[in-house]
Design a protein around this ligand. Structure first.
Ligand SMILES: [Fe+2]
Length: 448
């Protein structure tokens, strides 16, 4: 089997991903997270039920990325030789939830268990080794601040030797301020600096870790990789109000540019999808479907996606979301196809129970079915496709170990689900036991 593993890869334009000599995981935050205080700031209280403006894409940037511009040619060749690609996806990774019932070390451990398991997948190589990580949003809690990028993103993924792409979540775009008329920092300021830079280079927020900033064209974009394209959408900042990608017929003060983008991208990809060259996925932070007790589904968002698919005559092979802090898998029946709608906001921030009183799964409501009882544990997705079939696997990753807990396979030509759930025994965690001592002293953090 061709190994995809090669230590410390460099991208074609000099992008760096993993530390050459990783230091032990941290036990305490470099910058204590006090941003929960901003929930009481005048700007947040006055505007928490309102959407924020969507930053325009970078001028002259194409709406899609070519994966070959991020990975060495030999790894790309190995993916083509294997005839399939694998990648990771999960949302809500940020370790920040510290309170009377959870210490910083516990919060860090939750995110680290997931991140370390993903790193172990990369290191294990093989043809199914993940080629990249597509983050499903809520990278930084609670307000997407630049000063927490080190503790919540760069440090946990410092050994992840692959590109990381990301759509923003509501916490990445949320804003606060001491006055009620304008936020202290514009929405998505740090996200744009770290994920939508004009050129690769070091991050102002990584405290010297080598991972290059990502060069996405904007907060919504498509990643074209071998055998798969992922259309990433930005569903704005509402926490409990659901995802919003458009004006929804004038209901929200937003443009409908994102609908134009989605239709354009589905139309662009349709011939390649119909020729059997690639799977097409949609990733959006807020789940169109969810039975989470706090973060329910988003009817307006689901309708927007459906109407764009209808207009383009192409439906996605799967829809991936985060936001709800658990794992849920639905099947949506549309246009004669079975489309998995998967929620994996289980990256480490919190584990939240589903609605109480739910009957045992499967539960069918209208055109969709909740296929299994939600899994309320930390974990992540691995998606594998050869453009003939698409498999999405959910693994839990905790201090107890790593375990495959669910998997679904779609036959792409027919759009039928061929394989349902399965489970395996626990494997030991990649870095079992308490984390090693914290980093030696780091250079002072640059604040913007
Ligand atoms: Fe969220």
């Amino acid at each position: 089997m061709t190994s995809l593993w090669k230590a410390n890869i460099t991208g074609p334009t000099g992008q760096l991903y993993a530390e050459p000599k990783p230091t032990p995981g941290e036990l305490s935050f470099q910058v204590d997270n006090t941003s929960a205080e901003y929930y009481t700031s005048p700007y947040y209280k006055a505007h928490k039920s309102q959407v924020q403006p969507i930053p325009p894409p970078r001028p002259n940037a194409l709406p899609y990325l070519h994966f070959e511009n991020f990975i060495p040619a030999e790894i790309l060749a190995a993916i083509h030789a294997a005839g399939r690609i694998a990648f990771h996806a999960v949302g809500d990774t940020g370790a920040a939830k510290v309170n009377r019932s959870q210490t910083a070390a516990t919060a860090i451990g939750h995110e680290a268990a997931v991140a370390d398991a993903m790193v172990a997948d990369v290191h294990s190589g093989g043809a199914d080794g993940p080629a990249f990580f597509f983050h499903l949003g809520d990278i930084i809690y609670n307000f997407g601040e630049a000063q927490y990028y080190y503790d919540q993103f760069y440090e946990p993924f410092r050994e992840y030797d692959r590109p990381i792409f990301a759509i923003p979540g509501n916490h990445d775009g949320m804003v606060f301020g001491q006055g009620s008329s304008a936020p202290q920092v514009p929405t998505l300021d740090a996200y744009l600096a770290n994920f939508c830079a004009a050129a690769p280079g070091s991050s102002p927020d990584s405290c010297g870790l080598v991972r290059s900033v990502m060069t996405q064209p904007g907060v919504y974009f498509t990643l074209d990789a071998p055998f798969v394209s992922i259309i990433g959408l930005y569903s704005n900042v509402l926490d409990t109000g659901g995802g919003v990608i458009s004006s929804q017929g004038g209901h929200f003060p937003l443009t409908d540019d994102q609908l134009t983008f989605l239709k354009y991208e589905l139309t662009r990809l349709k011939p390649r999808r119909q020729n059997g060259e690639r799977a097409v996925l949609i990733a959006v932070h807020h789940p169109p479907l969810s039975v989470d007790a706090k973060h329910g589904g988003s009817t307006g968002l689901a309708q927007d996606i459906d109407s764009c698919c209808q207009a383009a005559g192409l439906w996605p092979d799967a829809v991936l979301s985060g936001h709800a802090h658990l794992y849920e898998r639905f099947t949506c029946r549309v246009n004669g196809r079975q489309v998995p709608y998967i929620v994996s906001g289980s990256g480490g921030f919190a584990a939240t129970r589903p609605l109480s009183g739910l009957p045992k799964a499967p539960i069918t409501i209208g055109d969709h079915t909740l296929e299994l009882d939600p899994i309320v544990e930390f974990g992540y997705l691995t998606i594998t496709t050869d453009a003939e079939t698409l498999t999405v696997t959910f693994k839990t990753a905790t201090a107890a170990g790593v375990a495959t807990r669910d998997a679904v396979t779609v036959d792409l030509p027919s759009g039928r689900i061929t394989t349902g759930s399965s489970a395996t025994a626990l494997k030991p965690a990649p870095h079992p036991g308490p984390h090693p001592p914290p980093h030696p002293k780091r250079p002072p953090h640059k604040k913007r």
